[in-house]
Design a protein around this ligand. Structure first.
Ligand SMILES: *[C@@H]1O[C@H](CO)[C@@H](O)[C@H](O)[C@H]1NC(C)=O
Ligand SMILES: *[C@@H]1O[C@H](CO)[C@@H](O)[C@H](O)[C@H]1NC(C)=O
Ligand SMILES: *[C@@H]1O[C@H](CO)[C@@H](O)[C@H](O)[C@H]1NC(C)=O
Ligand SMILES: *[C@@H]1O[C@H](CO)[C@@H](O)[C@H](O)[C@H]1NC(C)=O
Length: 457
């Protein structure tokens, strides 16, 4: 507080009153009160670094610090020797520079950004030691939900050389994605739900070879997704690009990526689901193709994703019958194929997955004409939805005319009957599984799955 001149404090206050009030309201409505719902990705550095309580600040180097840290900061600019180490002093200069560019701060975050105690008192900044470095330094910046506004991040994020994480969900940052590839320790990028200038996929991001987490959802990126997204990040766990304006076909090399959580939802992708997706079988846990304009036949290869718990290809223009391979999705819990152009019989073997993990099979808004016998039970249990199809005896079906018209369309998809796994019949509900499911049932669906969580700003 003391570091902030009177004049600028008044300006900040005015800004809060005039322009931030609406932003604050909007952001609160958008749920910014649960700021970092994906911190549980288990990839955060240390425990945030701030726990160590500012030991040793101001001692050592030079010994020129006359006042104890933060309790009574001197009104003059601190000097290099007032800081725990040189790295923190340089970070201090960068942060002060950035602070001047913050034009909205409804939660009064930047007020804490003064004095020499970066590691304990600066909100949003966390210290840690990079590998083989003895000095503590700014390793992580987490602004999730802070609603800060600045026209650019250039000269800030990219000027903190030891940064490993930058999380800025639900702020109001504009401009382009800063060049981060020079940051040797960097691995987690979250620029979701900001006001970044409409642009194609930021190619500089492809230089983040050690990235584990790439989240640019809820921005205005457009154009094709570069193939590099699926081959430049050998350690990536999550890629969230949903709710942008990406278009064109999905890169053929999608299967090259070791990604666990992939959300492509709510864009304008066209073309087929690349069959290389089969190569993700060992790693892919959740994938959302939801709400694009994908077409072509529902690929056999999706059925090979033996580890996947969520497969959502709803609201596209996919056609064909459900390949027999889908009966091999032994881990799948949420399977959504609703609102496509699928037809034929819903295989009994698919519905039998409910004896394994399947909790929610959504097939509404297609042109299916019949159901395997187990499927009827699932409808009764509320685990299968087949509204708006062409299934005799099922409730809420399309009109006879609508169904007849679709029937007449030429159909070119192969009927895929090959079963790439050993067939399994009957229930196998192990008691352990049942207990786990019971427990999970209490958590809301959208919070249990990382990709579905990513559909909220
Ligand atoms: C750290 O130091 C050790 C031993 O000196 C070395 O083997 C290792 O490669 C270094 N790691 C990094 C990231 O520099
Ligand atoms: C990725 O990490 C490795 C070792 O941890 C390091 O040598 C390399 O420079 C890093 N890559 C980038 C682009 O920083
Ligand atoms: C579906 O995607 C379109 C186009 O990207 C978007 O305008 C629309 O809001 C999305 N629908 C939902 C329910 O998110
Ligand atoms: C089942 O999945 C559909 C499609 O994703 C979703 O709209 C619905 O809320 C889910 N229902 C339950 C009970 O999880």
């Amino acid at each position: 507080m003391a570091g902030l001149p009177r004049g600028s404090r008044r300006i900040a206050f005015l800004c809060l009153l005039v322009s931030c009030a609406a932003a604050a309201l909007a952001a609160r409505r958008a749920g910014a009160s649960r700021p970092s719902h994906r911190e549980d990705l288990d990839v955060s550095i240390g425990s945030g670094g701030s726990g160590s309580g500012g030991v040793g600040i101001g001692i050592g180097i030079g010994g020129g610090s006359s006042s104890p840290p933060s309790s009574s900061p001197s009104p003059s600019e601190p000097r290099a020797c007032d800081f725990e180490n040189e790295r923190l002093y340089r970070a201090y200069l960068v942060i002060q520079q950035f602070r001047k560019t913050v034009t909205c701060d409804p939660m009064d975050i930047t007020r804490s950004w003064s004095g020499t105690d970066l590691c304990s008192s600066y909100k949003g900044f966390f210290c840690d030691r990079p590998p083989n470095v003895t000095d503590r330094t700014i390793a992580s910046v987490d602004f999730n939900g802070y609603m800060l506004r600045a026209d650019s991040l250039q000269g800030f994020v990219n000027s903190l050389p030891d940064l490993a994480l930058f999380h800025a969900n639900s702020n109001d940052f504009g401009g382009t994605v800063p060049p981060l590839a020079g940051l040797q320790y960097f691995y987690e990028l979250d620029l979701s739900n900001n006001r970044l200038a409409p642009a194609t996929f930021p190619t500089d991001v492809l230089g983040l070879t050690n990235a584990t987490f790439i989240d640019i959802r809820f921005n205005s990126f457009y154009g094709e997704l570069p193939a590099g997204v699926f081959c430049k990040f050998p350690r990536v766990q999550a890629i969230f690009v949903n709710n942008n304006r990406f278009s064109g076909s999905l890169p053929d090399n999608i299967g090259q990526s070791p990604v666990n959580y992939l959300s492509l939802a709510n864009n304008r992708f066209t073309g087929e689901i690349p069959t290389s997706i089969a190569r993700n079988a060992g790693t892919l846990l959740e994938v959302l193709f939801l709400n694009n304009s994908l077409s072509g036949c529902l690929p056999y290869e999706l059925g090979l994703l033996e580890k996947a718990t969520v497969i959502d290809a709803g609201t596209n223009q996919l056609t064909g019958t459900i390949p027999a391979s889908f009966a091999c999705l032994r881990k799948v819990e949420q399977l959504n194929l609703a609102d496509n152009l699928l037809y034929g019989e819903v295989p009994d073997a698919l519905c039998r997955l409910a004896f394994d993990r399947l909790k929610n099979l959504t097939l509404s808004g297609n042109y299916f004409t019949s159901l395997g016998s187990c499927c009827w039970d699932l409808i009764k249990e509320g685990r299968l939805t087949v509204d708006r199809n062409c299934i005799q005896w099922a409730p809420n079906q399309r009109s006879h005319d609508e169904c007849a018209k679709f029937q007449q369309r030429p159909k070119s998809c192969p009927v895929s009957t090959y079963l790439p796994c050993r067939a399994k019949y009957g229930g196998s509900s192990e008691p352990a599984d049942a207990a786990v499911e019971e427990e999970e049932e209490h958590a809301a669906v959208e919070h249990r799955y990382r990709t579905y969580s990513a559909l909220h700003p």
